[in-house]
Design a protein around this ligand. Structure first.
Ligand code: NAP
Length: 279
């Protein structure tokens, strides 16, 4: 993964994307959302993930503005919802997103799902245009299977920078990770704590106890070692700090392999949103 190795500070990949981000889905109370973004940035996070569909872009923007961190040091990502994927809608709703976020540009703009109004020839040229206009720095996709990614690569002028998909010890995305390495894009792992399911897994619990670490930290350390950029959602200052501390947790090869071997289930925790639902 030459383009995505971690740089010496352990915070940012050599391609500029911080290796651990803050997720914000269901962080809907505006004050709480702004507070958690501010707290995370002041704790050291430099990557914030939101989406049009989360209804919190304004609060995320407030949190970024309130933090004692320069905007240019924050890697900000949002996503265009599936009903907004016709050409003009991509342009107009992204301009609205920037206004809500209170920024001139975002670092990464994703197609949220290849569903709804998504049509590669219609949708993706609008992403290229936004990039040409300097309103977005990189183009991402989310919930794309390998064939969707390859189609997007054919249509886009710009590279596909990242594919954001559910990734955690019970949904390892092994094939997609290999595809990403082969085709030179990043995997951003959502629901990296399996929405709480990592807390009652025996293997993860044993490894956590051996290190005096939390199960969340073990899951995040495994993702980091497997080349995945994780974006755990955390609302409280304690969870935000706990997840950030995963950066200092080094698992042994044997521990990483034990987690690779977990066969609890290998399915998405969002089955309703899976490929069967969008095709
Ligand atoms: P997640 O990050 O796996 O889990 C979040 C849950 O874990 C919350 O209930 C949170 O509680 C709790 N938590 C966080 N840190 C903890 C800790 N150290 N100890 C104990 N509990 C902890 O799930 P997610 O929100 O589904 O995924 C993360 C982000 O990925 C989302 O917020 C969103 O930005 C993105 N996402 C993207 C898509 C997509 O289609 N692209 C889909 C789903 C998610 P508190 O809130 O109380 O801290």
């Amino acid at each position: 993964m030459p383009s995505s190795e971690q740089s010496a500070d352990g915070v940012t990949r050599t391609n500029g994307m911080p290796v651990l981000g803050l997720g914000t889905w269901e962080n809907e109370n505006p004050e709480q959302c702004a507070d958690s973004v501010e707290t995370a940035l002041e704790a050291g996070y430099r990557h914030v993930d939101t989406a049009q569909a989360y209804g919190n872009e304004a609060a995320v923007g407030e949190g970024i503005a309130a933090a004692d961190v320069d905007r240019e040091d924050v890697f900000l990502a949002t996503k265009v919802w599936i009903s907004n994927l016709a050409y003009e809608d991509v342009i107009e709703t992204t301009e609205e997103s920037l206004e809500k976020l209170g920024v001139d540009a975002v670092d990464l703009l994703y197609v949220h799902w290849p569903a709804g109004a998504y049509d590669p020839e219609e949708t993706l040229p609008a992403f290229d245009e936004l990039r040409d206009r300097g309103l977005i720095d990189r183009i991402g996709v989310s919930n794309f299977e390998p064939d969707h990614v390859e189609r997007a690569m054919d249509v886009l002028d710009a590279p596909v920078f990242a594919n954001q998909v559910e990734t955690h010890p019970f949904c390892k995305q092994t094939e997609l990770r290999e595809h990403a390495e082969e085709h030179g894009y990043e995997i951003v792992g959502y629901s990296p704590l399996a929405r709480g399911a990592v807390f009652d897994d025996d293997v993860i619990g044993e490894i956590a106890a051996d290190h005096g670490a939390s199960a969340a930290q073990v899951s995040l350390a495994w993702l980091r070692e497997r080349g995945v950029t994780a974006i755990p959602k955390a609302t409280s200052a304690d969870h935000i700090a706990d997840n950030w501390a995963s950066r200092g947790l080094d698992l042994t090869d044997e521990e990483l392999e034990r987690i690779d071997g977990i066969e609890r289930y290998d399915r998405r925790v969002h089955p309703d949103f899976g490929p069967d639902a969008w095709e």
